[in-house]
Design a protein around this ligand. Structure first.
Ligand code: S3P
Length: 177
């Protein structure tokens, strides 16, 4: 584990790339505490993410993300799955990158649409056109904040987690910068 000793392992990427499931698996395998930023927010508010967006608006949700980013800044040895928009805020991404190995989970747009087609838990997945535009606009951000990229298209979460495991064990490629 030469890349990550002590560092947080952070998963970033678009909705539907499997950050939560992959993160949970990695945390189990690495015997680390798992933090899913959306789950923490939902728990604290006692509401689903969709309810928070609907009742309080996106701006309020983004403030809750900021609070969490500050809390996570000082912590170590975690596996963190971020909500898809968490790292859009530069202070948030700086806080997360403080001491972290950041992995960008990607997938082809068609794969994401297929995975999410029956999902109504995501307030920013309203229609395919807006989803596609958001998808395109986010790529540069994820690339900038991440150290490596892992394509999840056609793979199940355990396959992706295994691939990441190999990368952090020192045998992986895919460096993004
Ligand atoms: C969002 C992604 C969601 C959730 C919220 C906003 C985004 O998380 O945080 O609906 O802006 O991309 P997932 O990436 O886990 O779906």
């Amino acid at each position: 584990m030469k890349h990550i000793s002590g560092k947080n392992l952070v998963l970033v990427g678009f909705m539907g790339t499997g950050k939560t499931e992959v993160g949970r698996l990695l945390a189990q395998w690495l015997n680390r505490r798992f933090v899913d930023t959306d789950q923490v927010i939902a728990q604290r508010e006692g509401k689903t993410i969709a309810e928070i967006f609907q009742e309080r608006g996106e701006k309020y949700f983004r403030q809750l993300e900021k609070v969490q980013a500050e809390e996570l800044r000082e912590q170590q040895n975690l596996v963190i799955a971020t909500g898809g928009g968490f790292v859009l805020d530069e202070d948030n991404s700086a806080a997360l990158r403080q001491s972290a190995f950041v992995i960008w989970l990607t997938a082809e747009l068609s794969v994401l649409l297929e995975r999410l087609k029956d999902d109504d838990s995501r307030p920013l997945f309203k229609n395919e056109k807006d989803f596609a535009a958001l998808f395109l606009s986010r790529g540069a951000v994820y690339r900038r904040v991440s150290h490596v990229q892992v394509d999840t298209s056609g793979k199940l979460p355990p396959d992706v987690a295994e691939e990441i495991f190999r990368i952090i064990d020192g045998n992986g490629a895919n460096e993004t910068g």
